[in-house]
Design a binder for this molecule. Structure first.
Ligand code: MBD
Ligand code: FE
Length: 305
């Protein structure tokens, strides 16, 4: 018989098998396909609507913006909320809150010891030095952590995703000192907005949503024996702090800015005039397995070996 009701077809799709395959992938795929079948039926999705959706997904994939959509539809934050819950249940919720990596990380930024100048002359905004220590949850310094930092340029764009910027512009890795200290100089970045005339903006327009993020700076902090921390800090006062299109901002991650700090002691960062400082300590959990201490970003972690 090759005539099916929708339920018969779904059953066939979900049970067809000539080899074992991967049980977990089968389970998840069956659930997602079932939910989509049912959504199409219950919402009476038309053929044109379905193919418009497939066309959009095809263009989305080609544009490299899938990670923007997962963030904008809340999936990235959902994953973090679930990790927070798992931590809570395991009694290990302490430390700097995690915040989503976002889709704009690039591995392999230039590395230096203790400090870095992340931007280039002339400054493209208010000069900022961010400094502090990497600590464990007992308050002890974590020696020689690797602090990978990245942020947007003065137009809210990220290098590697913007043809107007040099490779690794505003991306640096800093090997913190034996006492856990790090510092870097850059400028206070503006917020981010999704690219106009893109598959992402197309969906957001149709949803009646904006695509703005408040000003922020990203971090991936890794150290031997410690759980790798992915987080972001936010610049205070931004109008989108509580209206982030990626739902990524969190309490405890809004830095305190001290304006007018004397440049004494900051000459090696080319700071020669009063500047704005943000002091921030990153608090890492102890790793419970080597896997937790892997210094990779989210996709690199799961890339085929
Ligand atoms: C960003 O800069 C970002 O940090 C996230 C999470 C999503 C889109 C752009
Ligand atoms: Fe960002």
């Amino acid at each position: 018989m090759a005539e099916f009701t929708p339920e018969q077809l779904l059953e066939l799709v979900n049970t067809s098998q000539v080899a074992q395959g991967n049980e977990r992938v089968r389970k998840i795929a069956h659930r997602v396909v079932s939910d989509l079948f049912h959504a199409i039926e219950e919402l009476d999705v038309t053929a044109d609507e379905f193919w418009a959706g497939v066309s959009w997904l095809s263009r989305l994939g080609a544009s490299g913006q899938i990670g923007l959509i997962t963030a904008g539809l809340g999936f990235d934050r959902l994953i973090d909320i679930r990790e927070d819950e798992a931590d809570q249940n395991a009694g290990r919720a302490a430390g700097t809150p995690r915040a989503i990596e976002g889709p704009l990380y690039i591995a392999g930024a230039p590395q230096s010891d203790s400090q870095a100048r992340v931007d280039e002359d002339p400054p493209r905004g208010e000069v900022l030095v961010m400094e502090g220590r990497i600590l464990d949850t007992d308050g002890n310094p974590v020696p020689h952590a690797l602090v990978d930092v990245w942020h947007a340029n003065e137009k809210g764009r990220y290098s590697h995703f913007d043809p107007d910027q040099e490779a690794f512009h505003l991306r640096r890795k800093i090997r913190a000192g034996a006492d856990g200290s790090y510092r870097f100089r850059s400028f206070i970045p503006p917020g981010y907005a999704i690219p106009p005339n893109s598959p992402t903006s197309e969906l957001f327009t149709a949803l009646g949503r904006h695509g703005n993020r408040p000003a922020h700076i990203h971090f991936l902090v890794a150290a031997e024996g410690m759980r790798t921390l992915t987080t972001q800090v936010n610049i205070p006062g931004d109008t989108f702090l509580d209206d982030d299109f990626a739902f990524a901002t969190r309490d405890g991650l809004i830095v305190n800015l001290q304006p007018g700090v004397s440049p004494n002691g900051y000459e090696s960062l080319d700071v020669n005039a009063p500047f704005t400082r943000a002091r921030f300590d990153f608090v890492l959990q102890k790793a419970t397995s080597p896997d937790e201490a892997r210094p990779e970003a989210r996709m690199d972690r799961v890339a085929a070996a």
